[in-house]
Design a protein around this ligand. Structure first.
Ligand code: C2O
Ligand code: CU
Ligand code: CU
Length: 478
Protein backbone atom coordinates (compact mmCIF):
# COMPACT_ATOMS: atom_id res chain seq x y z
CA UNK A 1 0.00 0.00 0.00
CA UNK A 2 1.07 3.52 -0.58
CA UNK A 3 1.07 6.02 2.23
CA UNK A 4 1.07 9.73 1.98
CA UNK A 5 3.54 10.15 4.79
CA UNK A 6 5.69 12.28 2.50
CA UNK A 7 2.81 14.56 2.17
CA UNK A 8 2.36 14.86 5.94
CA UNK A 9 6.03 15.46 6.45
CA UNK A 10 6.24 18.12 3.81
CA UNK A 11 3.20 19.84 5.20
CA UNK A 12 4.64 19.76 8.70
CA UNK A 13 7.88 21.02 7.29
CA UNK A 14 5.98 23.82 5.65
CA UNK A 15 4.22 24.77 8.88
CA UNK A 16 7.50 24.72 10.74
CA UNK A 17 9.01 26.97 8.10
CA UNK A 18 6.09 29.36 8.35
CA UNK A 19 6.29 29.37 12.14
CA UNK A 20 10.01 30.06 12.24
CA UNK A 21 9.77 32.75 9.57
CA UNK A 22 7.04 34.42 11.61
CA UNK A 23 9.05 34.13 14.82
CA UNK A 24 12.26 35.49 13.36
CA UNK A 25 10.51 38.48 11.87
CA UNK A 26 8.44 38.72 15.08
CA UNK A 27 5.27 38.91 13.04
CA UNK A 28 1.94 37.64 14.18
CA UNK A 29 1.20 34.07 12.96
CA UNK A 30 0.27 33.88 9.31
CA UNK A 31 -3.46 34.34 8.91
CA UNK A 32 -5.02 31.11 7.73
CA UNK A 33 -7.35 32.52 5.14
CA UNK A 34 -6.32 31.01 1.82
CA UNK A 35 -8.50 28.11 0.76
CA UNK A 36 -6.83 24.75 1.12
CA UNK A 37 -7.56 22.73 -2.08
CA UNK A 38 -7.75 18.94 -1.95
CA UNK A 39 -9.11 16.21 -4.15
CA UNK A 40 -10.26 12.66 -3.66
CA UNK A 41 -10.98 10.17 -6.38
CA UNK A 42 -13.12 7.20 -5.45
CA UNK A 43 -12.34 4.15 -7.57
CA UNK A 44 -11.77 0.41 -7.53
CA UNK A 45 -8.23 -0.57 -6.60
CA UNK A 46 -6.36 -3.37 -4.95
CA UNK A 47 -4.64 -3.84 -1.62
CA UNK A 48 -2.33 -6.37 -0.09
CA UNK A 49 -2.89 -6.66 3.63
CA UNK A 50 -0.30 -9.32 4.42
CA UNK A 51 3.16 -10.22 3.16
CA UNK A 52 4.56 -9.43 -0.23
CA UNK A 53 3.68 -12.87 -1.64
CA UNK A 54 0.11 -12.84 -0.30
CA UNK A 55 -2.95 -12.31 -2.49
CA UNK A 56 -4.24 -8.97 -3.67
CA UNK A 57 -7.67 -8.00 -2.44
CA UNK A 58 -9.85 -5.98 -4.82
CA UNK A 59 -11.08 -2.96 -2.85
CA UNK A 60 -12.62 0.45 -3.35
CA UNK A 61 -10.24 3.24 -2.42
CA UNK A 62 -9.77 7.01 -2.15
CA UNK A 63 -6.81 8.07 -4.29
CA UNK A 64 -5.78 4.44 -4.63
CA UNK A 65 -4.77 3.92 -1.00
CA UNK A 66 -6.20 1.97 1.93
CA UNK A 67 -7.06 3.84 4.03
CA UNK A 68 -7.62 7.02 2.01
CA UNK A 69 -5.03 9.80 2.29
CA UNK A 70 -4.71 11.51 5.65
CA UNK A 71 -6.28 14.92 5.21
CA UNK A 72 -4.39 17.22 7.57
CA UNK A 73 -6.31 20.45 7.80
CA UNK A 74 -5.88 23.55 9.92
CA UNK A 75 -8.40 24.68 12.46
CA UNK A 76 -10.28 27.69 11.11
CA UNK A 77 -8.85 27.48 7.59
CA UNK A 78 -11.37 26.97 4.78
CA UNK A 79 -10.95 23.82 2.73
CA UNK A 80 -12.36 22.82 -0.65
CA UNK A 81 -12.34 19.11 -1.40
CA UNK A 82 -13.31 17.91 -4.87
CA UNK A 83 -14.60 14.35 -4.86
CA UNK A 84 -14.73 12.51 -8.15
CA UNK A 85 -16.73 9.32 -8.42
CA UNK A 86 -14.95 6.59 -10.40
CA UNK A 87 -17.23 3.80 -9.16
CA UNK A 88 -20.13 2.53 -11.18
CA UNK A 89 -22.57 3.39 -8.41
CA UNK A 90 -23.50 6.59 -6.57
CA UNK A 91 -21.43 7.82 -3.67
CA UNK A 92 -21.10 10.76 -1.24
CA UNK A 93 -18.51 11.67 1.39
CA UNK A 94 -19.40 12.35 5.00
CA UNK A 95 -16.86 14.22 7.16
CA UNK A 96 -17.50 12.36 10.36
CA UNK A 97 -17.49 14.55 13.47
CA UNK A 98 -16.85 17.85 11.72
CA UNK A 99 -19.34 20.57 12.62
CA UNK A 100 -20.07 21.98 9.18
CA UNK A 101 -22.92 23.45 7.13
CA UNK A 102 -25.71 20.96 6.50
CA UNK A 103 -25.29 21.05 2.71
CA UNK A 104 -21.72 19.70 3.12
CA UNK A 105 -22.68 16.76 5.35
CA UNK A 106 -22.75 14.16 2.57
CA UNK A 107 -26.07 12.45 3.25
CA UNK A 108 -27.67 11.43 -0.06
CA UNK A 109 -31.15 12.78 -0.63
CA UNK A 110 -31.19 14.61 2.68
CA UNK A 111 -28.33 17.11 2.27
CA UNK A 112 -27.22 16.65 -1.36
CA UNK A 113 -27.94 14.63 -4.48
CA UNK A 114 -25.70 11.59 -4.67
CA UNK A 115 -22.57 11.91 -6.81
CA UNK A 116 -23.31 9.87 -9.92
CA UNK A 117 -20.66 7.70 -11.58
CA UNK A 118 -18.25 9.92 -13.51
CA UNK A 119 -19.43 13.07 -11.71
CA UNK A 120 -17.83 15.27 -9.07
CA UNK A 121 -18.96 17.23 -6.06
CA UNK A 122 -17.12 20.02 -4.28
CA UNK A 123 -17.28 20.04 -0.49
CA UNK A 124 -16.41 23.32 1.20
CA UNK A 125 -16.20 23.94 4.90
CA UNK A 126 -14.04 25.47 7.61
CA UNK A 127 -13.28 23.05 10.43
CA UNK A 128 -14.03 24.83 13.72
CA UNK A 129 -12.54 22.13 15.93
CA UNK A 130 -9.04 20.68 16.07
CA UNK A 131 -8.83 16.93 16.58
CA UNK A 132 -9.04 13.45 15.11
CA UNK A 133 -11.88 12.89 12.64
CA UNK A 134 -12.42 10.68 9.60
CA UNK A 135 -14.29 10.54 6.31
CA UNK A 136 -16.31 7.80 4.67
CA UNK A 137 -19.16 7.32 2.17
CA UNK A 138 -22.78 7.71 3.19
CA UNK A 139 -24.20 5.88 0.17
CA UNK A 140 -24.51 2.10 0.05
CA UNK A 141 -22.63 2.47 3.33
CA UNK A 142 -22.37 -1.18 4.26
CA UNK A 143 -20.76 -2.22 0.97
CA UNK A 144 -18.72 0.93 0.36
CA UNK A 145 -17.27 1.14 3.88
CA UNK A 146 -16.85 -2.64 3.94
CA UNK A 147 -14.94 -2.44 0.63
CA UNK A 148 -12.37 -0.09 2.11
CA UNK A 149 -13.65 3.45 1.69
CA UNK A 150 -12.49 5.33 4.80
CA UNK A 151 -9.76 7.84 5.53
CA UNK A 152 -8.40 9.88 8.43
CA UNK A 153 -9.03 13.59 8.78
CA UNK A 154 -6.83 15.43 11.24
CA UNK A 155 -7.42 19.04 12.14
CA UNK A 156 -4.28 20.48 13.65
CA UNK A 157 -4.28 22.65 16.75
CA UNK A 158 -3.20 26.23 16.15
CA UNK A 159 -0.30 25.71 18.58
CA UNK A 160 1.42 22.35 18.21
CA UNK A 161 1.13 20.30 21.40
CA UNK A 162 4.17 18.96 23.27
CA UNK A 163 4.63 15.41 21.96
CA UNK A 164 7.67 13.77 20.45
CA UNK A 165 5.60 11.96 17.83
CA UNK A 166 2.08 12.08 16.45
CA UNK A 167 0.94 8.58 15.44
CA UNK A 168 -2.34 7.50 13.91
CA UNK A 169 -3.86 4.03 13.82
CA UNK A 170 -6.88 3.83 11.57
CA UNK A 171 -8.34 0.43 12.34
CA UNK A 172 -10.36 -1.47 9.76
CA UNK A 173 -11.96 -4.89 9.92
CA UNK A 174 -12.39 -7.05 6.83
CA UNK A 175 -14.35 -10.19 6.17
CA UNK A 176 -12.14 -11.98 3.69
CA UNK A 177 -12.73 -15.30 1.96
CA UNK A 178 -9.90 -17.86 1.70
CA UNK A 179 -8.70 -16.48 -1.63
CA UNK A 180 -8.28 -13.03 -0.11
CA UNK A 181 -11.37 -11.55 -1.79
CA UNK A 182 -13.83 -9.57 0.27
CA UNK A 183 -16.54 -12.05 1.20
CA UNK A 184 -20.03 -11.48 -0.20
CA UNK A 185 -23.21 -11.66 1.81
CA UNK A 186 -23.39 -7.98 2.80
CA UNK A 187 -26.59 -7.23 4.66
CA UNK A 188 -27.52 -10.76 5.70
CA UNK A 189 -30.41 -10.88 8.16
CA UNK A 190 -28.13 -12.67 10.60
CA UNK A 191 -25.59 -9.82 10.65
CA UNK A 192 -28.27 -7.17 10.46
CA UNK A 193 -30.23 -8.32 13.48
CA UNK A 194 -27.29 -9.35 15.67
CA UNK A 195 -23.84 -7.83 16.08
CA UNK A 196 -23.34 -6.68 12.49
CA UNK A 197 -20.74 -7.80 9.95
CA UNK A 198 -17.70 -8.50 12.14
CA UNK A 199 -14.78 -9.58 9.98
CA UNK A 200 -11.77 -11.86 10.31
CA UNK A 201 -8.84 -9.57 9.48
CA UNK A 202 -8.05 -6.35 11.36
CA UNK A 203 -5.68 -3.86 9.75
CA UNK A 204 -3.85 -0.82 11.07
CA UNK A 205 -3.45 1.86 8.40
CA UNK A 206 -4.29 -0.72 5.73
CA UNK A 207 -1.73 -3.32 6.80
CA UNK A 208 -1.93 -6.53 8.78
CA UNK A 209 -0.21 -5.22 11.90
CA UNK A 210 3.48 -5.73 12.38
CA UNK A 211 5.32 -4.33 15.41
CA UNK A 212 5.04 -0.63 16.12
CA UNK A 213 8.56 0.56 16.81
CA UNK A 214 9.03 3.04 19.63
CA UNK A 215 11.91 4.63 21.49
CA UNK A 216 12.40 4.53 25.23
CA UNK A 217 11.56 7.82 26.91
CA UNK A 218 9.55 9.34 24.10
CA UNK A 219 6.07 10.78 24.54
CA UNK A 220 3.72 9.74 21.75
CA UNK A 221 0.31 11.08 20.88
CA UNK A 222 -1.52 8.11 19.45
CA UNK A 223 -4.72 8.80 17.55
CA UNK A 224 -6.94 5.72 17.45
CA UNK A 225 -9.85 5.59 15.01
CA UNK A 226 -12.17 2.62 14.59
CA UNK A 227 -13.34 2.57 10.97
CA UNK A 228 -14.78 -0.96 11.15
CA UNK A 229 -18.30 -1.77 10.01
CA UNK A 230 -19.19 -3.50 13.25
CA UNK A 231 -16.21 -4.69 15.29
CA UNK A 232 -15.99 -3.18 18.78
CA UNK A 233 -12.52 -3.04 20.29
CA UNK A 234 -11.11 -2.71 23.80
CA UNK A 235 -7.38 -2.10 23.67
CA UNK A 236 -4.94 -2.75 26.51
CA UNK A 237 -1.31 -1.68 26.28
CA UNK A 238 0.67 -4.15 28.38
CA UNK A 239 3.18 -2.46 30.66
CA UNK A 240 1.92 1.01 29.69
CA UNK A 241 -0.59 3.50 31.03
CA UNK A 242 -2.25 5.40 28.20
CA UNK A 243 -3.84 8.69 29.19
CA UNK A 244 -6.94 9.72 27.25
CA UNK A 245 -6.66 13.36 26.17
CA UNK A 246 -9.47 13.54 23.59
CA UNK A 247 -12.53 11.53 22.61
CA UNK A 248 -14.07 11.85 19.15
CA UNK A 249 -11.67 14.70 18.45
CA UNK A 250 -12.80 16.75 21.45
CA UNK A 251 -10.26 17.33 24.22
CA UNK A 252 -11.29 16.11 27.67
CA UNK A 253 -9.66 16.21 31.09
CA UNK A 254 -6.69 13.86 30.75
CA UNK A 255 -7.48 10.57 32.50
CA UNK A 256 -6.58 6.92 32.48
CA UNK A 257 -9.35 4.62 31.22
CA UNK A 258 -11.19 2.35 33.66
CA UNK A 259 -9.36 -1.00 33.93
CA UNK A 260 -6.76 0.36 31.51
CA UNK A 261 -9.04 -0.59 28.57
CA UNK A 262 -9.70 1.79 25.72
CA UNK A 263 -13.15 0.93 24.44
CA UNK A 264 -13.42 1.93 20.83
CA UNK A 265 -16.69 1.24 19.04
CA UNK A 266 -17.13 1.74 15.29
CA UNK A 267 -16.64 5.40 14.29
CA UNK A 268 -15.14 6.41 17.65
CA UNK A 269 -11.78 8.05 18.02
CA UNK A 270 -9.63 8.26 21.14
CA UNK A 271 -6.40 10.27 21.38
CA UNK A 272 -4.05 8.94 24.04
CA UNK A 273 -0.69 10.05 25.31
CA UNK A 274 1.78 7.24 25.89
CA UNK A 275 5.01 7.76 27.78
CA UNK A 276 7.29 5.02 26.54
CA UNK A 277 8.75 3.85 29.83
CA UNK A 278 9.75 0.33 28.75
CA UNK A 279 13.37 -0.82 28.50
CA UNK A 280 15.28 -0.47 25.24
CA UNK A 281 14.87 -3.71 23.28
CA UNK A 282 11.69 -4.81 25.11
CA UNK A 283 8.40 -5.75 23.48
CA UNK A 284 4.87 -5.24 24.85
CA UNK A 285 1.60 -6.59 23.46
CA UNK A 286 -1.36 -4.43 22.53
CA UNK A 287 -4.37 -6.65 23.14
CA UNK A 288 -7.96 -6.29 22.00
CA UNK A 289 -10.18 -8.18 24.43
CA UNK A 290 -13.61 -6.71 23.73
CA UNK A 291 -15.34 -9.99 22.90
CA UNK A 292 -15.41 -12.61 25.67
CA UNK A 293 -13.02 -15.43 24.91
CA UNK A 294 -11.82 -13.84 21.65
CA UNK A 295 -8.88 -11.76 22.87
CA UNK A 296 -6.05 -11.38 20.37
CA UNK A 297 -2.81 -9.46 20.07
CA UNK A 298 -3.40 -6.58 17.70
CA UNK A 299 0.24 -5.48 17.57
CA UNK A 300 3.29 -5.01 19.80
CA UNK A 301 5.16 -1.96 20.95
CA UNK A 302 8.74 -2.85 20.06
CA UNK A 303 11.41 -0.71 21.71
CA UNK A 304 14.49 -0.09 19.66
CA UNK A 305 17.90 -0.45 21.28
CA UNK A 306 18.55 3.28 21.55
CA UNK A 307 19.12 4.65 25.01
CA UNK A 308 16.14 6.52 26.51
CA UNK A 309 15.36 9.87 24.96
CA UNK A 310 15.03 11.37 28.44
CA UNK A 311 15.47 10.05 31.96
CA UNK A 312 12.07 11.02 33.34
CA UNK A 313 8.71 11.38 31.61
CA UNK A 314 8.06 14.85 30.24
CA UNK A 315 6.51 17.16 32.70
CA UNK A 316 4.63 19.22 30.09
CA UNK A 317 0.87 19.46 30.55
CA UNK A 318 -1.21 16.82 28.83
CA UNK A 319 -4.44 18.76 28.39
CA UNK A 320 -5.14 19.90 24.84
CA UNK A 321 -6.68 23.31 24.21
CA UNK A 322 -10.46 23.00 24.17
CA UNK A 323 -12.49 23.61 21.03
CA UNK A 324 -15.06 26.41 20.67
CA UNK A 325 -18.10 24.28 21.50
CA UNK A 326 -21.20 26.18 22.61
CA UNK A 327 -21.93 25.54 26.30
CA UNK A 328 -25.33 23.91 26.92
CA UNK A 329 -27.65 25.91 29.14
CA UNK A 330 -28.81 23.15 31.45
CA UNK A 331 -31.17 25.50 33.31
CA UNK A 332 -33.34 25.78 30.23
CA UNK A 333 -33.51 22.65 28.12
CA UNK A 334 -35.76 21.01 25.59
CA UNK A 335 -36.00 17.33 26.47
CA UNK A 336 -36.00 14.65 23.80
CA UNK A 337 -35.78 10.91 24.12
CA UNK A 338 -34.88 8.22 21.64
CA UNK A 339 -35.50 4.59 22.43
CA UNK A 340 -33.57 1.90 20.59
CA UNK A 341 -35.62 -1.17 19.83
CA UNK A 342 -35.47 -4.46 17.96
CA UNK A 343 -32.77 -6.97 17.10
CA UNK A 344 -32.53 -10.65 17.82
CA UNK A 345 -33.39 -11.70 21.36
CA UNK A 346 -32.23 -15.31 21.10
CA UNK A 347 -34.08 -18.33 19.79
CA UNK A 348 -33.88 -16.80 16.34
CA UNK A 349 -36.72 -14.37 17.01
CA UNK A 350 -36.75 -10.70 16.28
CA UNK A 351 -37.69 -8.67 19.30
CA UNK A 352 -41.18 -7.23 19.02
CA UNK A 353 -41.18 -3.56 18.15
CA UNK A 354 -44.44 -1.85 18.88
CA UNK A 355 -45.75 -0.43 15.65
CA UNK A 356 -42.44 -0.90 13.83
CA UNK A 357 -42.96 0.58 10.40
CA UNK A 358 -40.49 0.32 7.59
CA UNK A 359 -40.60 3.43 5.48
CA UNK A 360 -40.96 1.16 2.47
CA UNK A 361 -39.87 3.67 -0.10
CA UNK A 362 -38.58 2.44 -3.43
CA UNK A 363 -34.82 2.44 -3.59
CA UNK A 364 -34.38 1.86 0.11
CA UNK A 365 -32.19 -1.04 1.02
CA UNK A 366 -32.52 -3.42 3.93
CA UNK A 367 -35.52 -4.81 5.69
CA UNK A 368 -36.21 -3.43 9.14
CA UNK A 369 -34.76 -5.28 12.12
CA UNK A 370 -34.44 -2.26 14.42
CA UNK A 371 -36.36 0.88 15.22
CA UNK A 372 -36.06 4.19 17.01
CA UNK A 373 -39.20 5.24 18.87
CA UNK A 374 -41.17 2.63 16.93
CA UNK A 375 -40.02 3.83 13.51
CA UNK A 376 -37.55 2.08 11.22
CA UNK A 377 -35.73 4.23 8.71
CA UNK A 378 -33.53 1.97 6.67
CA UNK A 379 -30.68 2.65 4.26
CA UNK A 380 -28.23 5.56 4.15
CA UNK A 381 -30.46 8.57 4.34
CA UNK A 382 -32.83 9.76 1.65
CA UNK A 383 -35.15 12.54 0.68
CA UNK A 384 -38.37 12.98 2.60
CA UNK A 385 -37.31 11.51 5.92
CA UNK A 386 -39.66 13.08 8.42
CA UNK A 387 -37.77 14.46 11.43
CA UNK A 388 -38.21 12.63 14.72
CA UNK A 389 -38.13 16.00 16.49
CA UNK A 390 -37.52 19.65 15.67
CA UNK A 391 -35.41 22.07 17.70
CA UNK A 392 -35.37 25.80 17.55
CA UNK A 393 -31.99 27.18 16.66
CA UNK A 394 -30.00 28.06 19.76
CA UNK A 395 -32.01 25.86 22.14
CA UNK A 396 -30.22 23.45 24.45
CA UNK A 397 -31.44 19.92 23.84
CA UNK A 398 -31.18 17.41 26.64
CA UNK A 399 -31.23 14.09 24.86
CA UNK A 400 -31.89 10.78 26.55
CA UNK A 401 -30.86 7.66 24.66
CA UNK A 402 -32.38 4.46 26.00
CA UNK A 403 -31.21 1.11 24.71
CA UNK A 404 -33.98 -1.44 25.11
CA UNK A 405 -32.18 -4.03 22.99
CA UNK A 406 -29.81 -6.85 23.91
CA UNK A 407 -27.01 -5.43 21.73
CA UNK A 408 -24.33 -2.70 21.78
CA UNK A 409 -24.91 0.43 19.70
CA UNK A 410 -22.50 3.31 18.99
CA UNK A 411 -25.04 6.08 18.37
CA UNK A 412 -23.72 8.85 16.17
CA UNK A 413 -25.08 12.34 15.67
CA UNK A 414 -24.16 14.39 12.60
CA UNK A 415 -23.33 18.09 12.79
CA UNK A 416 -22.89 18.32 16.58
CA UNK A 417 -20.83 17.09 19.45
CA UNK A 418 -22.72 15.98 22.56
CA UNK A 419 -21.74 16.78 26.11
CA UNK A 420 -22.15 13.41 27.84
CA UNK A 421 -23.80 14.01 31.21
CA UNK A 422 -24.63 10.64 32.70
CA UNK A 423 -24.71 6.90 32.10
CA UNK A 424 -27.34 4.86 33.96
CA UNK A 425 -27.78 7.70 36.43
CA UNK A 426 -24.08 8.10 37.27
CA UNK A 427 -22.41 11.33 36.16
CA UNK A 428 -19.83 10.91 33.39
CA UNK A 429 -16.60 12.61 34.54
CA UNK A 430 -13.76 14.31 32.61
CA UNK A 431 -15.96 16.72 30.63
CA UNK A 432 -16.38 14.46 27.64
CA UNK A 433 -17.90 15.53 24.35
CA UNK A 434 -18.62 12.87 21.76
CA UNK A 435 -20.25 12.54 18.37
CA UNK A 436 -20.51 8.77 18.80
CA UNK A 437 -21.80 7.47 22.12
CA UNK A 438 -21.62 3.76 22.86
CA UNK A 439 -24.63 2.22 24.58
CA UNK A 440 -24.24 -1.20 26.17
CA UNK A 441 -27.38 -3.37 26.29
CA UNK A 442 -30.03 -1.64 28.44
CA UNK A 443 -27.92 1.51 28.96
CA UNK A 444 -29.56 4.88 29.42
CA UNK A 445 -27.37 7.86 28.53
CA UNK A 446 -28.10 11.56 28.95
CA UNK A 447 -26.39 14.15 26.76
CA UNK A 448 -26.82 17.81 26.00
CA UNK A 449 -26.00 20.03 23.07
CA UNK A 450 -26.81 23.46 21.73
CA UNK A 451 -28.81 23.30 18.50
CA UNK A 452 -26.80 26.05 16.81
CA UNK A 453 -26.47 24.47 13.37
CA UNK A 454 -29.59 24.58 11.19
CA UNK A 455 -30.62 21.72 8.92
CA UNK A 456 -31.81 18.13 8.89
CA UNK A 457 -29.31 15.94 10.72
CA UNK A 458 -28.87 12.21 11.01
CA UNK A 459 -28.72 10.28 14.22
CA UNK A 460 -27.95 6.61 13.75
CA UNK A 461 -26.13 3.57 15.00
CA UNK A 462 -22.70 3.32 13.37
CA UNK A 463 -22.78 -0.46 13.15
CA UNK A 464 -23.46 -0.24 9.44
CA UNK A 465 -25.83 -3.21 9.37
CA UNK A 466 -27.91 -1.72 12.18
CA UNK A 467 -28.16 1.63 10.43
CA UNK A 468 -29.19 0.01 7.15
CA UNK A 469 -31.77 -2.11 8.96
CA UNK A 470 -33.58 0.71 10.74
CA UNK A 471 -31.52 2.12 13.60
CA UNK A 472 -31.52 5.60 12.14
CA UNK A 473 -33.49 8.78 12.49
CA UNK A 474 -33.39 12.44 11.56
CA UNK A 475 -33.91 15.60 13.59
CA UNK A 476 -34.33 19.17 12.41
CA UNK A 477 -32.90 22.44 13.61
CA UNK A 478 -34.86 25.40 12.26
CU1 C2O B 1 -19.85 8.36 10.25
CU2 C2O B 1 -23.74 9.00 9.36
O1 C2O B 1 -21.81 8.65 9.81
CU1 CU C 1 -21.17 11.60 11.03
CU1 CU D 1 -26.38 -0.73 16.57
Amino acid sequence: MKYDSNYCISRRGFLAAVASAAASASLRPVRASAVDERSLKVAPGKARFGDADGPFTPVWAYNGTIPGPTLRLRQGQPVRITVENGLDEDTTVHWHGIRLPNAMDGVPGLTQSPIKPGESFVYEFTPPDAGTFWYHPHTDSLVQLGSGLAGPLIVEEAEPAAFDRDLLWLLQDWRLAKDGQIAGGFGSMMDASMSGRVGNVVTINGQAPTDQSVRAGERVRLRLANAALARMMALRFEGHRPVIVAVDGQPCEPHEPADGRLVLAPAMRIDVVLDMQGDPGSRHAVIDDFYDGLAYTLTNLAYDKASPLRAHPLDARLALPRNPLPAPNLANVVRQEIVLQGGMMGGGKLAGVGGMMGMGMPGMKGSPAWAINGMSMTGDGHAGMAPQFTLERGATCRLTMRNETAWWHPMHVHGFSLSVLSRNGAPVPHRQWQDTVLLAPKDVIECAFVADNPGDWMLHCHVADHQMAGLMTVFRVT
